[in-house]
Design a protein around this ligand. Structure first.
Ligand code: NDP
Length: 372
């Protein structure tokens, strides 16, 4: 079965059998994937043909308004394999040395940067200078200073910068955000975010400070940071953090293994989060106010996301996150659509400012204040 049909069947089958708590988001999605589409199509080149790049490419085969048309890679054998698999013409294939030439390629609109975190800044700036829109994986960069440079470069080049926050398009997540914004949980008091997995191979780039920018926080803790912001709907004004390290050989200086952190928000709501590379099955969000609660577990994995509130289960159909993300990003870039939760460079930068503050708080043991 081709993947678009597979995606549609999954969506439709579950959509028919499940009573929605709020139908709009799922109904709109279902309509979009069922009806013929003759609008503009975002033509995308993926940079970095690794594990996540492969997942995005597969998901894009089911997209209606975004299409994989090019690759940028340092591995010639992968380029050849992707050309065959996705019908990518030779003229749309680049390596890390020559991809600035994409400037004179009218058949590519955007480059999706899916390389190690420490490379994002320079690569996104080069993409912007080549006059192409940039989609960048999370974390957008390895600190806020880099993030600011990227935002400025894209602004100067008059191209859009988006960050691969796939959860910002996930129906269960959006329904909880809708309910919270509608006051259904009352005054929000507390959010808990647990994000972690047990990391393997000690030689991988994720454990290399230069390429990763840190450890678990950059990779997985960022989900709890970002999640606390969209679940509570506010920006934090203070941060405290505590780091623990059980294996200083595997997790070298500047590579965090486990960090617990707390954030305070202007309304008085508090978040308590855990980011770790040492514990599996850690993917949970909990939000509570004086009228109700929402719980998601898993909350940010590839799905199906499982969510419930004090009123019962939220059973939105599973959608392939990256398919919906890329179709939505096409609309954001080509049709100026405003997403419910932003996915722009400023949004990526907000998380980087918080990560900087968490590292500072963990190092100094002091409460760090933010502008909010
Ligand atoms: P991988 O290691 O699987 O792939 C990274 C790819 O980047 C490599 O295969 C390689 O592709 C390219 N690359 C270029 N330079 C280097 C280098 N010096 N060292 C290693 N690889 C290099 O990583 P992932 O795909 O898992 O992660 C890539 C990015 O995607 C990260 O920023 C990560 O945080 C993010 N990510 C996001 C997820 C999400 O759910 N949003 C999930 C997983 C990752 P090539 O051979 O083609 O040059």
């Amino acid at each position: 079965m081709n993947s678009r049909r597979h995606f549609l069947q999954k969506l439709t089958a579950s959509a028919l059998t499940i009573p929605f708590l709020g139908e709009n988001r799922a109904a709109t999605l279902e309509k979009f994937y069922e009806e013929p589409y003759d609008g503009p199509v975002l033509r995308v080149a993926i940079m970095g043909l690794g594990s996540y790049g492969t997942r995005v490419a597969e998901a894009m085969t089911a997209c209606k308004s975004a299409k994989l048309v090019g690759v940028i890679s340092g591995t010639p054998s992968k380029i050849t394999a992707w050309q065959t698999k996705y019908g990518i013409p030779e003229k749309n294939c680049y390596n890390y040395e020559n991809f600035d030439n994409i400037k004179s390629n009218p058949d590519i609109d955007a480059v999706y940067v899916i390389t190690p975190n420490g490379l994002h800044k320079d690569q996104v700036i080069r993409v912007a200078k080549a006059g192409k829109h940039a989609i960048c994986e999370k974390p957008m960069a390895i600190n806020a200073a880099e993030g600011r440079e990227m935002v400025a470069a894209c602004k100067k080049a008059n191209v859009k910068l988006l960050v691969g926050y796939r959860m910002h398009f996930e129906p269960n997540t959006l329904e909880i955000i809708r309910q919270r914004a509608a006051g259904e949980f009352g005054k929000v008091y507390f959010f808990q975010g647990l994000s972690g997995f047990r990391i393997g191979d000690p030689t991988q780039w994720r454990l290399n400070r230069k390429l990763a920018g840190g450890g678990a926080m950059m990779d997985i803790g960022v989900y709890s940071i970002n999640g606390s912001r969209y679940m509570i709907g506010e920006e934090p004004i203070w941060i405290t953090a505590q780091e623990t390290k059980t294996d200083p050989v595997k997790f070298k200086e500047g590579v965090d293994e486990t960090i617990e952190f707390q954030m305070g928000f202007p309304s008085g709501a508090v978040a308590s989060c855990l980011s770790t590379y040492s514990i599996n099955y850690l993917d949970k969000f909990f939000l509570v106010g004086d009228k109700g609660f929402a719980e998601m577990q898993p909350s940010t994995g590839y799905g199906p996301i499982k969510a419930k509130t004090n009123k019962g289960d939220l059973s939105y159909p599973h959608v392939t996150h990256q398919t919906v993300q890329m179709d939505e990003m096409s609309a954001i870039i080509l049709q100026n659509k405003q997403p419910i939760v932003p996915v722009d460079g400023e949004e990526g930068l907000r998380d980087l400012v918080i990560i900087d503050a968490i590292f500072e708080a963990a190092k100094t043991g002091k409460k760090v204040t933010l502008k909010g």
